[in-house]
Design a protein around this ligand. Structure first.
Ligand code: FMN
Length: 357
């Protein structure tokens, strides 16, 4: 199959491939611009993006807002014609301020999950920024779209469907991630396509549905397109690239991982997540690590009770302290054998898709 282009409102992405936002700092401007230059959609992770700013510890919100604008600007400079998006988690405390910073910086697209982005249309009102929720069921898609139409007369520019095999936080209850209970991504994507069709008909507009979670090869991409998806979002494969913004030790953790190292963990965000079961995870399973400082990053986190500080754990990992930090991975991370360039990866995916009838 020749991969089709992906229409996002008045934007056209040459390839139907969105690189998923990966926080903290795993997908920054370098990875996003490299993907955009190859014809995909590059996405910068917004969560705690200011962690490299000198005043991050003392002035976290300002540092994050400043870094967010600067990362978008740098991505644009490196990829003037590419499509650059930002991933913003609904669960973060300063969601509104961070979305506003993205709008000011004139990002192309905001993709928002880890909660239901009910008032996202209001935050981008008056701009041409495209908006997309991440959902894990048809029910969630219906709830968001109904609400957006009723309150803002707005439908999503695309909907990302994230299944059980994704990396990072997962929009499922822990018991629904058990082997015998898990729903397949195919099943959930089909359900969301059906849910979205009702609104497409009502509004006379297309809502592209994007499949995410465990998509590994070009054949996988082609399979989901054939199923009716408009494209895919991929995270894990983009970590093992030269351009990924994480430390080399982080990338090597992927290369050296085995299937049995990858586990479901409980995150202070209040959702399960998928990560490498390293020394850090084993130690917090035994004993709580009280936060030394609270960044007030997540609405629902209580620093007096949390088992560990998620900001600190993710920042340590991306900087290369991979045994004492939290390394998020998709379920297929163990299949990756080497680090390649984004160009090579995209070429491989296109060629594999072409072999699929
Ligand atoms: C290291 C890592 C960090 C992630 N961080 C975020 C994040 O900050 N926000 C988010 O919505 N999704 C996040 N994700 C999910 C990805 O954007 C993507 O949708 C998912 O990983 C797709 O599955 P795949 O990794 O199997 O391709 C993360 C995934 C990984 C692997």
């Amino acid at each position: 199959m020749k991969l089709p282009s992906l229409k996002i409102g008045d934007l056209v992405s040459k390839l139907p491939i969105i690189q998923g936002g990966m926080g903290v700092g795993v997908s920054g401007y370098k990875l996003a611009s490299a993907v955009a230059n190859e014809g995909g959609v590059g996405v910068i992770a917004g969560v705690q993006i200011g962690f490299r700013e000198p005043d991050f510890e003392t002035n976290t919100l300002n540092a994050n807002v400043r870094a967010m604008k600067s990362e978008i600007k740098k991505a644009r400079e490196l990829s003037p014609k590419g499509i650059i998006g930002v991933n913003m988690m609904v669960a973060i405390t300063h969601y509104d301020e961070m979305v506003e910073a993205c709008v000011e910086a004139n990002v192309d697209l905001i993709i928002s999950g880890a909660g239901l982005p009910m008032h996202l249309p209001k935050l981008v009102e008056g701009s041409n920024v495209k908006i997309a929720p991440i959902v894990s069921s048809g029910k969630a898609a219906t709830l968001i779209i109904k609400n957006w139409i009723k309150k803002y007369s707005k439908i999503p520019d695309l909907v990302v469907v994230e299944g059980t095999e994704a990396g990072g936080h997962l929009g499922f209850k822990r018991e629904d991630l058990e082997e015998n209970k898990k729903r397949s991504l195919e099943e959930i994507v089909t359900e969301v396509i059906e849910a979205v069709a009702v609104f497409e008909e009502e509004q006379g507009k297309k809502i592209p549905v994007i499949a995410a979670g465990g998509i590994y090869t070009g054949q996988d991409i082609a399979r989901f397109i054939k199923l009716g998806a408009a494209g895919v979002q991929m995270g894990t494969r983009f970590v093992a690239t030269d351009e990924c913004d994480a430390d080399m030790k982080y990338k090597m953790k992927y290369i050296n991982s085995k299937k049995e190292d990858i586990a479901i963990i409980q995150s202070p965000v209040g959702m399960p997540g998928r990560a490498i079961r390293n020394k850090f995870i084993k130690s917090v399973e035994e004993e709580r690590i009280p936060p030394k400082k609270c960044y007030n990053c997540i609405k629902k986190c209580n620093p007096k009770e949390t088992t560990y500080c998620i900001s600190n754990a993710l920042i340590e990992a991306v900087k290369g302290n991979v045994d004492n930090g939290l390394v998020f991975v998709g379920s297929n991370a163990y299949r990756i054998e080497k680090i390649i360039s984004v160009k090579e990866l995209i070429k491989e995916l296109i060629e594999e898709a072409e072999k699929y009838e």
